[in-house]
Design a protein around this ligand. Sequence first.
Ligand code: SAM
Length: 244
Amino acid sequence: MIIDVLTIFPDMFASVIQETMIKRAQEKGLLKINIHDLRAYSNDPHKKVDAPSYGGGAGMVFKAEPVFCAVEDVLGHTVYPRKEKDPAKCVVLLSPKGKTLTQGSLKRFLDYERLVLIAPRYEGVDERIREHLIDEEVSLGDYVLSGGELPAMVFIDCIARLIPGVVSDVESIIKESFEGDLLDYPVYTRPEDFRGLKVPEVLLSGDHVRIDQWRKAQSERITQEKRPDLWRKRKASGKKSNET
Ligand code: SAM
């Protein structure tokens, strides 16, 4: 998969894409991330990409021109008037007005070979970008960040770990929080006894049937306590306790 990011702060991405899992994914050839400086597509002598909002109001707005030009350059073809959508490519706007990202909704992005992420700042983007350029609008949640860079990084991280081969321990992904609308079970590591606080006996038993039963029961208990909304969803979908 190739992910292109359009941003006015390309340096913010350096540590995220050059470290840990995302670095390894790129080294393995499973993922390629290209960070593009939107200012390079500005026809303004000062390389500005924003302008005041028509009708007045606080804050600046990302102009259509540099964003359209950047997407056209990345995709290698004009994007307006819109042609039939290329099923291999998806242009994503990070925005608090978008659909909230969930573990479930993330997975459909794996179907694309190329994702183009637009990470705005200020008051957001000229509405013509939303109406005539993007394919998807994604929000991280019901709160407002000062820019789309952190949401883009979160999105990249979540997607990267789902690409087959990126995370070596596949089971850790299958059994993670939100799979089957359940939160993950509690985990413990050495020592068995920390200041009198003991690891549950079942986890030391070596009996994998009992361990699995305990973990499922814990997942269910935690989900009911912490996320009754998820628990209701699970119940409504008809999943039983032996299903993930
Ligand atoms: N005035 C905009 C509004 O109320 O919808 C908020 C603009 S915000 C200060 C600047 C940029 O940060 C947005 O254009 C978006 O790219 C990003 N952003 C802020 N909150 C976000 C969220 N919850 N999810 C995704 N992107 C967000």
